[in-house]
Design a protein around this ligand. Structure first.
Ligand code: BEZ
Length: 215
């Protein structure tokens, strides 16, 4: 059955540009972003990997480790990263898994045969420190991902793990958040001392309690 939110992210061992990786051990107690791309030396993937390299400080601030994957072998990945640095201005600073036998791709449902029988689609999984799958998005091969959106959802997840809030449409860090309906007004008085605005009894907006990225 396909992976679902809340499932434990499958563990695996695989070769990568950083050597042999045992996935759960490599994640340690950090968050993870595991993302597949169709193949090496392709234009969209080149821009994506360069952008993820550029985001390294943003990932680190949130306690997140990034790891890419394609079905090409490590030698190919190593040749390609030089092109990424040259064209995107950022050296790849995270491992890229080599998955020629599709072991990891099949574990994570990254091959969608009706789209492409051989190469992975663009999936991205966000995994929390308990190794639970917290988000996945699947893109077609022709559409580069929006990694700013992935960071935005991580901010929401980290915030809502610590406070009894949810984040509204198009929320960005620093904007008002929603007090979850399970919190009574009485309880909200102590939990949200800055107060809140009641638009409907089930829709109460309050200033964001704390920076989502602080750990
Ligand atoms: C790309 O990364 O540019 C790409 C890969 C597969 C199909 C189309 C585009």
């Amino acid at each position: 059955m396909a992976l679902q939110l809340g499932d434990t992210a499958p563990d695996f061992q695989a070769d990568s540009t950083a050597g042999l990786i045992s996935f759960h051990q490599w994640l340690g107690d950090q968050w993870g972003v595991l993302f597949s791309h169709p193949r090496d030396f392709t234009p969209v993937c080149t821009t994506e990997l360069g952008y993820v390299a550029r985001l390294a400080p943003d990932f680190e601030r949130r306690g997140v480790k990034a790891i890419g994957l394609s079905v090409d072998p490590v030698d190919s990945h190593r040749g390609w990263v030089a092109d990424i640095k040259e064209t995107q201005g950022h050296a790849v600073n995270f491992p890229i898994i080599a998955d020629p036998d599709r072991k990891v791709a099949n574990l994570y449902g990254m091959i969608h045969p009706a789209h492409d029988e051989v190469h992975t689609v663009r999936t991205v999984f966000v995994i929390d420190p308990k190794k639970k799958v917290r988000l996945f998005i699947t893109y077609p091969q022709t559409a580069g991902r929006n990694f700013d959106e992935i960071l935005r959802v991580i901010d929401s997840l980290q915030l809502t793990d610590r406070h009894r809030v949810a984040t509204p449409v198009n929320w960005k860090p620093g904007e008002d958040v929603i007090i979850v309906p399970a919190v009574s007004d009485e309880e909200a008085k102590s939990k949200f001392p800055k107060g809140w605005k009641t638009l409907k009894p089930y829709l109460r907006l309050t200033p964001q309690p704390a920076e989502p990225a602080k750990r």
